[in-house]
Design a protein around this ligand. Sequence first.
Ligand SMILES: *[C@@H]1O[C@H](CO)[C@@H](O)[C@H](O)[C@H]1NC(C)=O
Ligand SMILES: *[C@@H]1O[C@H](CO)[C@@H](O)[C@H](O)[C@H]1NC(C)=O
Length: 223
Amino acid sequence: MEEKKPRRQGAAVRDGIVQYPHLFIAALALALVLMDPFHLGPLAGIDYRPVKHELAPYREVMQRWPRDNGSRLRLGRLEFVNEVFGPESIEFDRQGRGPYAGLADGRVVRWMGDKAGWETFAVMNPDWSEKVCANGVESTTKKQHGKEKWCGRPLGLRFHRETGELFIADAYYGLMAVGERGGVATSLAREAGGDPVHFANDLDIHMNGSIFFTDTSTRYSRK
Ligand SMILES: *[C@@H]1O[C@H](CO)[C@@H](O)[C@H](O)[C@H]1NC(C)=O
Ligand SMILES: *[C@@H]1O[C@H](CO)[C@@H](O)[C@H](O)[C@H]1NC(C)=O
């Protein structure tokens, strides 16, 4: 068995080269791309172990799920249209104020009622400037791409229920925190386990005090 195999392959390769050289080259190119021997692909060097999960059949599960068969959400009110741009996470503080939201222009803002409106609560960069960063709806387009790293992009927000501090997962600045009264956030973690945080995304605070945050990529930043 072991001896037959290489001979068969050799014959196939010889015939292939003679009869279909283009096919052979195409197959070789495909094999190189799939096997990536020079580690050039995006998954190179990553210990990639797919896991298969058995999911319950869709129909079986769906029948047990509660349904909004009256489409009650349709009766909800649409708020803050064209007032804030690119909000990701939203939170309310211990006193019930808010919502707070992280915007595409790098600010964390909060709604302070009809009279005061939206108020800037926190920024990641002490030099954050309205002129550079606050570009309204444009801040959600690619025009902001070059500035985001500097302006910040707060994606995850969570208040600490005991201290009242706001913890922020900023795509570029990593894990940040700011006091109850807001201001410039301070950095808590830009690396984890010796590796830089490339793309902090969301967080939550366990009741035992541990803070968990996600890093969307071990390789790429948001940009
Ligand atoms: C919607 O759901 C309720 C509660 O499960 C049920 O009593 C009602 O018959 C449903 N209505 C329709 C139109 O399916
Ligand atoms: C808090 O609980 C989480 C989840 O069980 C655990 O991973 C973490 O180590 C705990 N932290 C402390 C400080 O006990």
